[in-house]
Design a binder for this molecule. Structure first.
Ligand code: BG6
Length: 491
């Protein structure tokens, strides 16, 4: 039986109320916590967007999203009950002088209610919304703000966003979401490392040869082409999700589970990342872009075809839909240990995993080739982990060494419903727990490293290598590993 930590009564104002994220993730996640009894009576959710919609029309949008995007059942009586805590306000939220009375009427005067503003809007309007909230006296000294990615497209734009938001909300009230941190298996990285004394003595250059971090997707960019083409895999996935995973794998044990204790250790990893500039760019990074191909037996379009508008001439783009990077963390623990990062769209499958390859035993005692120990942390799907050990293959025929996994599957071991990352993160905002949210300096440190790579790609005119949709990515990524006499785990 799960133990839910009670959260105070809250009012959550969602800007971008009818957007894809809100419909697909936010309301369904809140609904699940509502069903679990964690949303206290008296809590309200207020959707805000520009469109003039009646409350009924808004609730219909939420219902459609719940059914079509989240696989929910609109006839569930609990869902109907949940809808009663939702309201809608149509307003240009960046306009300080607009008529905010409808919103004010919905907010309570009760100071003990936690007030949260969730900005699920393009970052360009974050500053404007915060200023308007302040000017209207709606943002109180205690209220919190949640920022969705992308948090800028480089250090300069990220700093501008943080400054604008910071004029209204102090840092301890800013919740920057990276939804990967809300995933159960990602949080488990901390538990695995710091609740098992077994790993720490070997968790360094002394015991580890190299580490792979893969976030592979089989989906294409679909209808998100316009956003994605300005972003690319580096900004969309590496700057946030992959670097956060790297931090959790490489960080020093924090002194406590206090948010700042954890975040301070993560930032040390980001600052220790070896810069990759023009000189190293071709050796240490690979960009790719998908061509047409077959994904799980179905023919799919190329990235360019997906970008091309109907009836228009073919689009042109050198945006990367795949990135592979060989990174080093320059500190005492990790000097010389390569971290191979890889992410891409339209790959052979959907698979996020971290593979820790341990060193070979110092003395090769047994005959034949045998591999090293390997810890595979399967983040999604098929969540679980495998510890690969060498054993004697039973039976006659001499002493033959065989690699076998000790395999833990979450689905087989736990029967609980698997909560979506947003459920945990939304409740953490209400509880005031910042541990799974990124601090300003953390985001900025990630941009410093990423900007340098993107700038080197531009100045060296590094074009993406084409790869067939449904493959494991471009050949150049395999060659990067080959040069080190290593290979990627299959996707
Ligand atoms: C988002 C990216 O942050 O993460 C998307 O913008 C990507 O491009 C998504 O598809 C992947 O998230 P998940 O939870 O499906 O692995």
């Amino acid at each position: 039986m799960a133990a839910f930590i009670p959260v105070p009564v809250f009012e959550l104002v969602v800007f971008g109320a009818s957007g894809d994220l809100a419909l697909r993730k936010l309301y369904p996640s809140l609904f699940h916590r509502f069903c679990d009894g964690q949303v206290e009576a008296g809590s309200r959710i207020i959707g805000v967007a520009r469109h003039e919609l009646s409350r009924e029309e808004f609730l219909q949008n939420v219902t459609n999203g719940f059914v079509n995007l989240a696989g929910g059942d609109a006839n569930d009586p609990k869902f109907k009950e949940f809808l009663q805590i939702l309201d809608y306000v149509a307003i240009d939220a960046t306009n300080e002088n607009a008529d905010w009375s409808a919103m004010k009427a919905l907010l309570s005067d009760d100071d003990s209610k936690v007030r949260v503003f969730y900005l699920s809007t393009p970052p360009a309007v974050f500053g404007g919304i915060c200023r308007a909230l302040k000017a209207q006296g709606i943002a109180t000294d205690k209220s919190r703000v949640v920022l969705e990615k992308p948090l800028g497209r480089d250090l300069q734009s990220a700093t501008a966003i943080h400054n604008a938001v910071g004029e209204v909300f102090s840092e301890d009230r800013v919740y920057r979401i990276d939804h990967y941190l809300g995933k159960e298996t990602v949080q488990n990285l901390l538990v695995l490392r710091f609740a098992n004394a077994l790993f720490e003595p070997v968790w360094s250059r002394n015991g580890i040869d190299h580490i792979e971090i893969t976030v592979a997707e089989n989906i294409g960019v679909g209808s998100r082409g316009e956003y994605y083409d300005k972003s690319g895999a580096m900004r969309d996935m590496v700057q946030n999700h992959l670097l956060q995973l790297l931090c959790l794998v490489a960080m020093e044990p924090p002194a406590s589970m206090d948010a700042d204790a954890i975040r301070t250790e993560k930032i040390k990893v980001l600052r220790a990342l070896d810069p990759i500039g023009e000189k190293e760019i071709n050796e240490m990074t690979v960009r790719g872009q998908y061509k047409a191909g077959l994904v799980e037996g179905a023919a799919v379009k190329s990235y360019i075809e997906e970008l091309t508008k109907e009836g228009a001439p073919p689009a042109t783009s050198s945006t990367e839909t795949f990135v592979a990077i060989k990174a080093f963390v320059n500190n005492w623990r990790w000097a010389g240990v390569p971290f191979y990062l890889r992410t891409g769209k339209r790959l052979a499958g959907r698979k996020s995993e971290i593979v820790v390859h341990f060193r070979t035993p110092p003395h090769h005692l047994f005959e034949g080739d045998y591999t090293t120990n390997k810890l595979v942390m399967r983040l999604q799907p098929d969540e679980g982990m495998e510890m690969w050990l060498q054993i004697k293959e039973p039976g006659p025929g001499g002493l033959r060494v065989k690699s076998v996994p000790l395999d833990l599957s979450y689905a087989e071991t736990f029967t609980l419903r698997y909560p979506d990352a947003y459920e945990r993160l939304l409740m953490d905002v209400v509880r005031g727990n910042l541990s799974l949210f990124m601090r300003r300096d953390e985001v900025e440190a990630a941009w410093v490293w990423v900007d340098r790579i993107i700038n080197a790609w531009e100045s060296e005119k590094v074009e993406p290598h084409l790869y067939a949709a449904g493959s494991d990515g471009p050949l150049a990524a395999d060659l990067m590993m080959d040069r080190d006499k290593k290979s990627w785990s299959a996707i």
